[in-house]
Ligand binder design. Structure first.
Ligand code: PRP
Ligand code: MG
Length: 212
């Protein structure tokens, strides 16, 4: 029997809410923890637990058909991936921040400065639009520490509650984009699996309506 293959964040902030929405859709997944792959008993679905940053590539290659992922990740590296529906959870901003002690006037202040980020494309596009040239340092996590250790003058990262910025003595100065979890779809999905996707989307829409 054909199954739709869905990618879900292996660990991290999206993981629980992603499984929760599937559960609310009446889809039970047999979850052996530490298993990277699981199947549903009552819906034609296979779940793959993957690293966030790898998911766009899996979708692009068509080795998974759909994924629950942050829109921000798609904006960073998923230009050829479709969004079926916004899921209303994991809301966050992708923002620029600088040390609290810095007097900030405008985005022009980043001219010639060093910015640490895991979202180089997003920052590059944003700054290009504003005519600002900065020096990007790509790091994969704990970005907020960069100014404190002298690696960068500012950072670009996800802001949710703002507590990571606060704890690292940083202030949010530019909101580049707002994001939430979305159901993303591979452009390589087959017609047969599209039919399964329609059923899933129908259920998701009812769940989202009930949540309002
Ligand atoms: C994420 C993100 C920010 C923080 C934002 O990091 O990179 O640092 O959460 O959330 P907040 O505004 O509620 O504090 P995460 O904790 O996932 O770790 P990582 O950056 O090391 O991957
Ligand atoms: Mg972080």
């Amino acid at each position: 029997m054909t199954k739709i293959r869905i990618a879900i964040q292996k660990s991290g902030r999206l993981n629980e809410d992603s499984l929760e929405i599937l559960k609310n859709c009446g889809i039970s997944i047999d979850n052996g923890k530490d298993q990277l792959k699981a199947s549903s008993r009552n819906f034609p679905m296979e779940v793959f637990y993957l690293r966030n940053g790898d998911i766009p590539q899996y979708l692009r290659d068509g080795v998974v058909d759909i994924a629950i992922i942050g829109e921000n990740v798609l904006i960073e590296k998923g230009h050829d991936i479709d969004i079926a529906v916004k899921l209303g959870f994991s809301k966050c901003r992708v923002s620029l921040a600088v040390p609290k002690s810095v007097k900030y006037n405008s985005v022009q202040d980043f001219e010639g400065k060093r910015i640490a980020t895991s979202y180089p494309n997003t920052v590059k596009n944003y700054l290009e639009e504003k005519g600002v040239k900065a020096d990007l340092h790509i790091i994969n996590g704990s970005v907020e520490i960069a100014p404190n250790i002298g690696l960068a003058d500012g950072i670009c990262d996800i802001v949710s509650s703002g507590s990571t910025l606060f704890k690292n003595n940083l202030k949010e100065v530019e909101v580049m984009l707002k994001s939430e979890a979305v159901l993303a779809v591979s452009q390589k999905i087959t017609e047969e699996r599209k039919a399964i996707l329609s059923k899933l989307q129908f259920r998701i829409k009812s769940v989202l309506q009930a949540r309002q």
